[in-house]
Design a protein around this ligand. Structure first.
Ligand code: 5GP
Ligand code: ZN
Length: 114
């Protein structure tokens, strides 16, 4: 989608600090990090949220979650732990409507989330 920010990052039209990639997904650092490690893992294909990945491209779920685990290992937080977050829709406070999973770690997370 030409007017989608994350599609433009996948296409290389907008610069991003890429952490890792595989056939179906790309991981890059969030421009406004809220934890020492804060990356976003997105499908290369434009899909609006995780539910749409599951409905239309379920194999890509493995690419996204597998890459999230790879990012955690690369960042050295696989052992200490981390959080995967997929804000979805209005109540989930999703602001970019190209599916993404936040990988957050490097500090202890609060629970419940706000
Ligand atoms: P959401 O609120 O939809 O779950 O998360 C969207 C995330 O995208 C936010 O954490 C925001 O900081 C990040 N973001 C928005 N625009 C850009 C950008 O141009 N580059 C990068 N790297 N991250 C972005
Ligand atoms: Zn997109």
């Amino acid at each position: 989608m030409a007017d989608c920010l994350f599609c433009r990052i996948v296409a290389g039209e907008i610069p991003a600090d890429i952490v890792a990639e595989n056939d179906g997904a790309v991981a890059f650092r969030d421009v406004n990090p809220v934890a020492p490690t804060h990356a976003l893992v997105i499908p290369r294909e434009h899909l609006e949220n995780v539910a749409e990945i599951a409905a239309k491209a379920s194999a890509t779920l493995g690419d996204v979650l597998g890459l999230a685990a790879e990012v955690a290992a690369k960042e050295g937080i696989a052992e200490t732990g981390y959080r995967l977050v997929a804000n979805t829709g209005r109540d989930g406070h999703q602001t970019v409507f190209h599916a993404h999973v936040h990988v957050l770690g490097g500090r202890s997370m609060g629970w419940p989330p706000g």
